[in-house]
Structure formats: C-alpha cells, structure tokens
Ligand binder design. Structure first.
Ligand code: FAD
Ligand code: SIN
Length: 521
C-alpha cells in the first residue's frame, strides 16, 4: 500500500492531524492504522478535561505557564510551554467546530474545573468523560472525509528506514513507512508513505497496575528506538495518585483529580487528612507530590490503600459533574455519599518519549511523533494535569502546519516485503504470558514511585533474562500481537531503567533514595 501520510494511532493526536491535513488537501490520502477498535485509546478514557485559559478575569496565560513550569520542576522547555498554553483557545475552537461538546454553567460560560497544580479554574470538560466526547467528535469528523482510510485491527510492527532498503545511498536516517500486521487475516504488508506520524500513545501496561487500557504498550516508542530515533526523559513515569483500589489488583479505574479539585480530601486508614502535612496546597499539590505522599503513608502504615473522602461535598452537584465515577463506585458497592473511596497510585502517563522539535519532527527524516508517545519538553519532570490532551491538539496542528508548507513528493523507492521465512506459529503462549507478568511485577516492585540504584540494577539484570527469552521466541515465531507488544514493553522498560540510572538528581516524578543520600534532592 502507498499513501501520502501514514498515521499510526487513532487517539486525539492521530485523528486531529489526519482531519486537518485531509481537509486542507482533498487530493492526498491518509491511512490511519490502529491496533484495536478505532476508538480504543487512552484518549477515550480521559476524565478531567483539557487545560485552557478562558476566564481572562481570574486567569491568564502567565498563570498557566507558571503552573506548568512549577509542576515540571525546572525541566520544562519554557518556549514550548508558552507556545502550547497560548495555542489552547484556538485549538478548543476547532474542537467545537468539529462537534465536541463541553459543559457550560448557568451563565452560559464554560464550566471550568480545577485539578492538582493549577492555581485557577481552567479545565474544560464534558462531565467526567471528556476524552470519550473528544474521540467521538474526531472520529465522526474523520468518517466524513473521503481521503482518510481508517484500518482498525492493524498493528504497526516496525518502521521502515534506510536499513530495510537495498542500495539506498544516504547517511541521513529516513523513514519510508511501516510494516503492518492485519490482526484478523494474519497478513503482513508494507505501507509506503511520504510521511509517517507516530501517534501511538502511552506505556501504562509496562506496569501491572495502571489507569491505561490494554493498548498502552509503548509500541511507537519501541519502534522509534529500534529505528534509532532519540528517546528522552523516560525516567519520568507519572503515577496518578487516585486509581480505585481493588484488592485483586485488577481494576484500573481512575478517580479523576478533578474530584480533589471539587473539594475531596485524602485520608489515611486512621481517618487523618494527611496531605496538609506534606504540602501547603494539600490535595491540590501536583501529582508527583501527592503520589509520593500516599506512598509514604502506605509505607508507614503497611496498608494497601488510602481513602478519598467526598462525603462533605454537595452531592447533587457532584453527581452532575461526575456521573461516571459515581456510578462506577456504586457498582463496586461504594456509595460516595456515605463511603470513602479506597484509592491507590497507579502508573498513568509518560512525560518522556520520542524527542521532537516544535514542528513534531523526530531525529529521523520524514518521521513525526505526536501525543503521549512524544517528548516535546512541555512536561519536564512531571506533567501538569490536563495538559496532555492540550499538547496533542497543539502539536497535531504544528505538524499539520509544517507539512502543509513542505513541498510534496512521492516515495519512489523499492521496499522489500516482510520476511518471515523459517518462522513457525508459536504454541508458546504460556511463555508470553509468564514473561509479561514477570516484566510487570519487576517494574512495579523495582521501578515504581520510589526507586533505588540497587533495585534499578537488579531490574536490569532480570530484564536481560526476559529479553533474551523473548527475542529467541520472536526470531523463530510468526508474528502475533501479544508477542510484539511484549517485545515493545521490554524495550520501553529497558529505556525507563537505563535513563533512571542516568539521572543523578531527583526531579518531579523521579525519586531515588540514593540521590537523597548524596544530597542531590
Ligand atoms: P492514545 O489516545 O492512547 O491513542 C493511541 C492510539 O495508537 C490508539 O488508537 C492505539 O490503539 C494505537 N496504537 C498503539 N500502538 C499501535 C500499533 N503498534 N499499531 C497500530 N496502532 C497502535 N489527559 C488530559 O489532558 N486530561 C485528562 O483528563 C486525562 N485523563 C486521563 C484519564 C485516563 C484514565 C488516562 C488513561 C489518561 C488520561 N489523560 C488525560 C492522558 C491522555 O488521555 C492521553 O495522554 C492522551 O489521550 C494520549 O493521546 P494519544 O493520541 O497520544 O494516544
Ligand atoms: C484526571 O482526570 O485525573 C486525569 C487528568 C490527567 O491525566 O491529566
């Protein structure tokens, strides 16, 4: 297959870019490959909303910029922060034009929420299912554009670069598209593209306990890494403080930070409201601080969870704003009116990823990255809540603007077919499942909220064993999605551990007890 633009992923990042470029150039075609149903993505589960400065009386770009920089703990790229924050209102106008709905108050103005680390009310939301609404509107718009083809259940295996192309005589690393696996037919085919966009989302599943859906296996980052793109800031995995606690460790349902913005308190098992002991912003301190504080409470008490107390809140207003959370808790026999919600931190978001410039360009020619798989410099060491959807919208626009101006050319290069000669259909599913569980346990136990050099080094040793076993299996087996995902998660885990070991000073979401001992706080 040949296309002008190959987009890998159908979340907010991929769809926004596709819609924009398709509308501007009706004679060019866009292929979106996505590995599950077309709407399955982290985007679909976003709850809190999008951080955008709209109330110019109370709020200002300056305040949003300052909050983002504080959350990022000195590691944000200030120019990027300014650019992203200032673009917010224009990107919101587009979403509205494409049919997305956001809540308004009785005065007819956007009902703005608040979340940790924000000094003002600035979170535009659709009840507590903002991502679902954005995904719905974007997919609806994409379906109206004839030059966009969405291929669900198509898994991108690897990027095609110089290494795959015989006699391609250039020292500059360049991307020509990707090898793609049709998960229903089992066929592997080549998609040759002038430009490729990785919009493949996050890595939550590398950890056993995560707020992310099962698609979040870091495929794009692993593919880019194997293709030799630069990957940065992988040590900054963000743990969300309040995932619903499930004794079996199966639930990954999120209790939005907006619930704390609405006035909920965090209490330990003795009923003590502990956050004011750790930070003057209490429950609305930035996410890294709240997660680290909960971790410290759990270590002190030996308990498995803390509680979120909403019982003092205006319940009518609460249920109107958070119907999804209210009902989900009821399903678990937790009546928020009377019961405290048991919560625990869970892996949620990756602040690092594939390094890109302001135009979304990676270090490989004609390869772009956008959304959670990319590292733009906006988040630094810790992302400010609800800045992720905003980042994806702004960078999708930037990539669109850049490619609109770029002289169009057709890829006239011979790419060899995928070669799986000598491989067999594996019967070793048990090996894949076993290694996945080992990997997730290893990341949870040794590479969690609080790290140490000893645990990180042990993690690398264990990971090397898993790596060898899975690479052997990969070499001899026909492709399956679960095998490719496991291989990708191993690559991502390797990057997280290696870059953690390289970080000698604690910042934001990165906390290593050995750095404290050395005074590198
Ligand atoms: P995604 O939306 O995850 O899309 C990735 C796409 O790539 C998917 O379609 C996936 O199937 C596809 N894909 C992946 N690998 C492959 C492959 N190998 N081949 C083909 N396709 C592939 N952020 C906010 O700003 N505000 C919030 O309120 C908020 N709430 C959140 C709540 C939850 C529960 C979660 C999990 C995240 C939340 N976030 C929030 C973060 C935010 O939702 C994500 O960072 C953002 O949606 C990522 O968008 P994306 O397009 O980059 O990736
Ligand atoms: C939430 O609603 O708590 C998630 C917000 C985010 O991840 O930005």
């Amino acid at each position: 297959m040949t296309t002008d633009y190959l987009v890998i992923g159908s979340g907010v990042a991929g769809l926004t870019f596709a819609v924009k470029i398709a509308e501007k150039f009706p004679d060019r075609n866009i292929v979106i490959v996505t590995k599950a149903n077309e709407d399955e993505s982290n985007t679909k589960y976003a709850q809190g909303g999008v951080a955008i400065v709209l109330d110019k009386e109370e709020d200002s770009f300056k305040k949003h910029i300052k909050d983002t920089l504080i959350a990022g703990d000195e590691l944000c790229d200030e120019d990027v922060v300014k650019m992203v924050v200032k673009e917010g209102p224009d990107r919101l106008k587009e979403l509205l034009l494409w049919g997305a709905n956001f809540d308004v108050n009785d005065a007819g103005k956007f009902d703005l929420g608040k979340e940790g680390g924000h000094s003002e009310y600035r979170i535009v939301h659709h009840k507590d299912i903002t991502g679902y609404e954005i995904e719905r509107a974007l997919l609806n718009k994409a379906h109206q554009l004839e030059n966009i083809s969405i291929l669900p259940h198509h898994f991108a295996i690897d990027l095609i670069t110089n290494h795959h192309v015989k006699d391609y005589d250039s020292l500059e690393l360049k991307c020509f598209g990707a090898y793609v696996f049709n998960q229903k037919s089992g066929e592997i085919f080549t998609i040759k593209a002038n430009y490729t966009l990785l919009a493949s989302g996050g890595i939550g599943c590398v950890y056993g306990h995560t707020t992310n859906p099962v698609i979040a296996t870091g495929d794009g980052i692993a593919m880019a890494y194997r293709a030799k793109a630069r990957i940065k800031d992988m040590e900054f995995v963000q743990f969300h403080p309040t995932a619903l606690y499930d004794a079996k460790g199966e639930s990954s349902f999120l209790i939005s930070e907006a619930v704390r913005g609405f006035g909920a308190y965090l209490r330990n098992t003795e009923g003590h409201r502990f956050m004011p002991d750790y930070d003057e912003r209490a429950e609305l301190a930035s996410r890294d601080i709240v997660s680290q504080s909960i971790d410290s409470e759990l270590k002190k008490s030996g308990e498995s969870h803390v509680y979120l107390d909403c019982t003092h809140l205006d319940m009518e207003a609460f249920i109107k704003h958070f119907p999804n959370i209210y009902n989900k808790c009821l399903e678990q026999h937790i009546d928020i009116k009377e019961d405290w919600i048991p919560v625990v931190p869970a892996s949620h978001y990756l602040c690092g990823g594939i390094e890109v410039d302001k135009k979304g360009k990676t270090t490989i020619k004609d390869l772009f990255a956008c959304g959670e798989c990319s590292r733009t410099g906006l988040h630094g060491a810790n992302r400010l809540a609800s800045n992720s959807l905003l980042e994806a919208l702004v960078y999708a626009h930037n990539i669109f603007k850049h490619l609109s101006k770029t002289k169009h050319k057709d890829a006239d290069i011979e790419i060899p077919d995928w070669n799986d000669e000598g491989t067999i259909i594996t019967k070793e599913h048990i090996l894949i499942q076993h290694n996945l569980k080992q990997l997730q346990a290893l990341m949870r136990d040794y590479v969690g909220i609080v790290r140490s050099n000893k645990r990180l080094k042990r993690a690398i040793k264990h990971l090397d064993l898993i790596y060898e076993e899975v690479e052997d299996l990969y070499r001899e087996s026909k492709i399956t999605t679960s095998l490719c995902e496991l291989r990708n998660m191993i690559n991502v885990a390797h990057l997280i551990i290696r870059q953690s070991l390289d970080r000698k000073v604690n910042k934001g979401g990165y906390f290593n007890i050995d750095n404290i001992k050395k005074g590198n706080l």
